[in-house]
Write a protein that binds this ligand. Structure first.
Ligand code: S3P
Length: 213
């Protein structure tokens, strides 16, 4: 390489690289610790519509280098139709029945991140399965944030029944005491999804550490 093109690093830059490298290996060690602490269990994300379960779940899975599974998507694949269509054609009860079966099947997957639909954890049987076979994480969000997020998509059948604010308010009252049974609770706010992923990773690391000590 001609002398002029050679990359020259000063002392501070070399130190920066060394430091960056140390941070990276610390982060990788944390990822490895979490993965082995999972002992093949799934991480199950629960929470209301708009809490970010799918977006955050996808990123979390990619950070952990494990598969990402989306319960609603799997239900749609199994039924050969969209969630809204299942509600329309067969009603909520049939959807819940399919949801219970699909979640039970997905929980048998080895170490994956599973995003559930907002109602899945409300089923007692499903909740018990999740609690015995997986590590549950509640993505807890304020009403205003949920409202802002759900307004971006009009595919959610439960929100078509009336005013989104009052429906979500009711669901918060009914569901938050149940979601609170999840093993970990992560408060999500306006910030980037990446921050939520970081919070989950920190929380998982602590949880796994506590369980190993
Ligand atoms: C539901 C949430 C939806 C979907 C269905 C019912 C619920 O999933 O499963 O419309 O009961 O809260 P998301 O939470 O992924 O929107």
């Amino acid at each position: 390489m001609p002398q002029g093109n050679r990359l020259k690093l000063g002392g501070a830059q070399k130190e920066g690289l060394r430091h960056g490298g140390a941070e990276m290996s610390k982060a990788n060690a944390a990822i490895d610790a979490i993965k082995s602490g999972l002992e093949n269990r799934c991480i199950v994300l629960v929470g209301l519509m708009g809490a970010g379960k799918t977006t955050v779940g996808r990123r979390l899975a990619s950070r952990l280098r494990i598969p990402f599974l989306d319960a609603d998507h799997e239900i749609e694949e199994a039924a050969g139709m969209k969630v809204a269509e299942i509600f329309e054609k067969y009603g909520e009860e049939q959807f819940r029945d399919g949801e219970r079966k699909v979640v039970a099947r997905l929980l048998e997957s080895q170490s994956a991140v599973l995003a559930t639909g907002g109602g899945a954890y409300m089923n007692e049987e499903t909740r018990a399965l999740i609690e015995t076979q997986a590590i549950s994480v509640w993505l807890k969000a304020e009403l205003e944030l949920l409202l802002e997020r759900v307004a971006r998509r009009d595919t959610r059948p439960l929100l078509k029944a009336g005013d989104a604010r009052s429906i979500l308010e009711r669901l918060i009252t009914e569901r938050y005491p149940i979601y609170a049974q999840a093993r970990l609770t992560i408060e999500t706010g306006e910030g980037p999804h990446e921050h939520v992923v970081q919070d989950i990773l920190r929380s998982l690391e602590e949880f796994i550490g506590l369980n190993n000590s």
